[in-house]
Design a protein around this ligand. Structure first.
Ligand code: SF4
Length: 459
């Protein structure tokens, strides 16, 4: 673990002028290159070809299943969502999802071993128990889901019940991620999502009582009405519940892409310096409580597998987030889901009508994709190491590392990175600017912010 700077030294390092210099939005690079920069047209035939190529190896598969339904839309939401309270709409989605799975496994084969399964949304836990069972059964029917596969889901604490959690546990789920955002009532009203602390506390207690082993809480900073005080009291309350992992995502304000966010006046949002102060408040409290800072926005207890992987220098990430074990292929199933199959990224149609029509027309509803080049894979590795390990050896920077070092020199002058004997290291102050540092490895540095798939994943 890297050393922490004393607060006074950090105060001096993180001054307003420095923050203003690095106040540039960039892609989240869940994929590299990020989805808006994907290249030539890519359709269902390309996806089928990728699946057939993947069928020729015996690599493990990770499954991401997108369940887009929410009873109402939170004003800050950046996720691909379909608002409904109608169970028959969810039934129809599950029916089509199985058709998508059949078409995928027709190419890939049905014996493929699955080592990781994640249900994201939307709000996966608004599915009824029988809907969850239907989903579970057809996934088990079409894939060889390993008995020790890691099964996780995102859940809204307002829709959790003890019976539901017992049901999920019986289906093999052991990791649960609750969307918390901020516990201050004024902030919750401003973002159109009121969930009193007592409701979340009870949901956490139920999950622990049922036996969930990995409890992950997601906070968001940069919301209207947030103050360092609201963030501090939220983190203190959350720490009292003892989560295994805490994510502190930055709110991405993209009203041209997410019309629900137009409810926020620009003036109501914190400035870049205020955003950094909010995140720093959360990060310092989490570290003081013994949580290990893993990457740009994730923290974990020292005994958590991700924290161990970070200490061992093997932490990595896939489209599904940080991980210590990556699968050979990642399948994204359902509306807007992104996959990474045989060296191709592929994204399903992002709106429910388009996704449903694609399936009803008899093919896979592919919206876009990208054939990864060697250069993409190399840069992705550089960015991943930077974000997950905060260290990049010179030896993997190609024939001429000076190209990158030249770009990074101003950041070294600003105290954000250090040029060590063997590689580039991020300083304690630089951890607050990780995405800026990562942009030095991006062939399209300077492209703006994007909503990529399902981030932030706060049900
Ligand atoms: S933030 Fe979560 S619960 Fe709210 S609308 Fe978006 S996906 Fe649904």
């Amino acid at each position: 673990m890297r050393r922490a700077l004393p607060p006074a030294a950090l105060d001096a390092a993180l001054d307003a002028a420095l923050v203003a210099r690095y106040d540039a939005s960039g892609p989240r690079t869940a994929s590299y290159p990020p989805a808006p920069a994907w290249g030539r047209p890519f359709g269902a035939a390309d996806y089928r070809a990728a699946l057939r190529e993947a069928s020729e190896d015996d690599g493990d598969v990770a499954l991401y299943v997108h369940l887009p339904f929410c009873p109402q839309r939170c004003l800050y939401c950046g996720c691909p969502v379909s608002v409904t309270r109608r169970a028959e709409k969810v039934d129809a989605y599950l029916h089509r999802l199985e058709i998508e799975v059949k078409r995928v496994t027709r190419e890939l084969g049905t014996a493929r071993r699955v080592t990781r399964l994640h249900l994201g949304g939307g709000t996966p836990n608004i599915l009824t128990e029988s809907q969850l069972l239907v989903l579970h059964q057809f996934l088990e029917r079409h894939f060889a889901v390993a008995s020790d596969a890691e099964r996780s889901l995102e859940a809204d604490p307002r829709h959790v019940s003890y019976t539901q959690l017992q049901w999920l546990y019986a289906l093999g789920f052991r990791r649960l991620s609750y969307g918390v955002q901020d516990l201050h009532p004024d902030v919750q009203r401003a973002i159109g999502r009121v969930q009193p602390a007592g409701v979340v506390r009870e949901a956490v207690a139920m999950a622990r009582d049922v036996g969930f082993e990995g409890l992950h809480l997601e906070l968001v900073y940069g919301l209207p009405g947030q103050t360092t005080h609201s963030v501090a009291s939220t983190v203190d309350e959350v720490l009292a519940w003892g989560p295994d992992r805490v994510a502190v995502f930055g709110y991405a304000h993209l009203p041209s892409l997410r019309p629900n966010q137009r409810a926020f006046a620009d003036a109501a949002l914190p400035t870049a310096y205020e955003r950094l102060s909010l995140f720093r408040t959360a990060a310092e409290r989490l570290e003081q409580a013994g949580y290990q800072w893993l990457g740009p926005d994730h923290f974990a207890r020292p005994g958590d597998p991700l924290a161990r992987a970070h200490r061992d220098g093997v932490l990595t990430r896939s489209l599904m987030g940080l991980t210590s074990v990556s699968a050979a292929h990642e399948l994204g199933l359902g509306m807007s889901a992104i996959g990474d199959v045989a060296g191709r990224y592929v994204q399903m149609e992002g709106e429910l009508p388009g996704w449903a029509k694609g399936l009803d027309d008899g093919d896979l509803p592919v919206q876009r994709g990208h054939v990864q080049t060697d250069d993409d894979r190399w840069r992705r590795d550089l960015v991943t190491r930077l974000l997950c390990r905060q260290f990049v050896p010179y030896a993997i920077m190609g024939d001429d590392p000076s190209v990158f070092l030249h770009r990074l020199r101003p950041m070294a002058t600003d105290g954000l990175v250090e040029f060590g004997a063997d590689g580039l290291a991020v300083t304690p102050a630089g951890r607050y600017f990780l995405r800026n540092v990562a942009m030095a490895f991006d062939a399209g540095a300077g492209r703006g912010a994007s909503v990529e798939g399902r981030y932030p994943r706060t049900a």
